[in-house]
Design a binder for this molecule. Structure first.
Ligand SMILES: Nc1nc2c(ncn2[C@@H]2O[C@H](COP(=O)(O)OP(=O)(O)OP(=O)(O)O)[C@@H](O)[C@H]2O)c(=O)[nH]1
Length: 220
């Protein structure tokens, strides 16, 4: 009893309120095998980089993380998919469930960049029509063996009307930002094809009207 219990109750209430504010969103990581999807997710979740031996993802794996977007807690359930062709049928089954897709290519691997078009075709055929897509040029820390210029990534993204960033799962550059941006993208009006982000002292802000309540996107 006593004041200890009272304050604990207060805390529980506050927690409960916070929990009910939480929205859940499914995010899928896509792209060729070896572009760095698993590393990208681990960097985001644990701020660590897995170097050394490359272990290809088998089928699908997932991790949760809560990000704060415009004062709302968003629980991202992130699905890490296998890039290898032989697992495609498994990953296809998850497309429909995803609210957001992060499509990665490797800036040191031209094939992975060329395959972005094929990935997008697959996405448009299988994913939900309101899915939010973002293109990411990963491994931007590598300077010596870069084969895809940043401008190439930008123009491809513009062609498809999707936002773009270069990232590094190794240094962590833009990793968190990409996930926060995905959260923010839900705020972009459907008619808008380009997302304008502003870096403010309070974090990333996007231009557009907020629509956190859009039923097909947010699962409460
Ligand atoms: N330099 C550098 N290496 C990276 C980066 N991201 C991943 N790697 C390396 O690239 C290799 C592949 O990374 P993974 O994350 O396993 O690739 P994946 O896309 O998950 O591959 P699949 O599971 O087969 O689809 C590993 O050897 C990583 O260490 C990065 O940002 N910079």
């Amino acid at each position: 009893g006593g004041p200890g219990l009272k304050s604990r109750r207060k805390e529980e209430l506050k927690e409960g309120r916070q929990r009910s504010e939480l929205t859940v969103s499914q995010v899928m990581l896509l792209g060729d095998s070896g572009v760095g999807k698993t590393c990208f997710l681990i960097q985001f979740k644990d701020r660590a980089f897995l170097s050394g031996t490359f272990l290809a993802t088998v089928g699908i794996d997932f991790r949760n993380k809560v990000v704060r977007v415009d004062g709302v807690n968003v629980k991202l359930q992130i699905w890490d998919t296998a890039g290898q062709e032989r697992f495609r049928s498994v990953t296809h089954a998850y497309y429909r469930e995803a609210q957001a897709l992060l499509l990665l290519y490797d800036i040191t691997n031209r094939t992975s960049f060329d395959n972005v078009r094929a990935w997008l075709t697959e996405v448009y055929e299988n994913a939900h029509k309101d899915v939010v897509i973002m293109l990411l040029g990963n491994k931007s820390d590598v300077t010596g063996s870069r084969v895809i210029r940043k401008e190439d990534g930008e123009s491809l993204a513009k062609e498809y009307g999707v936002p773009f960033m270069e990232t590094s799962a190794k240094t962590g550059m833009n990793v968190e930002l990409a996930f926060v941006a995905i959260g923010n993208l839900f705020c972009i009006p459907k008619t808008s094809t380009t997302a304008l982000f502003h870096n403010t002292s309070e974090g990333l802000r996007c231009e557009g009207t907020c629509c956190h309540q859009r039923q097909n996107i947010w699962v409460h």
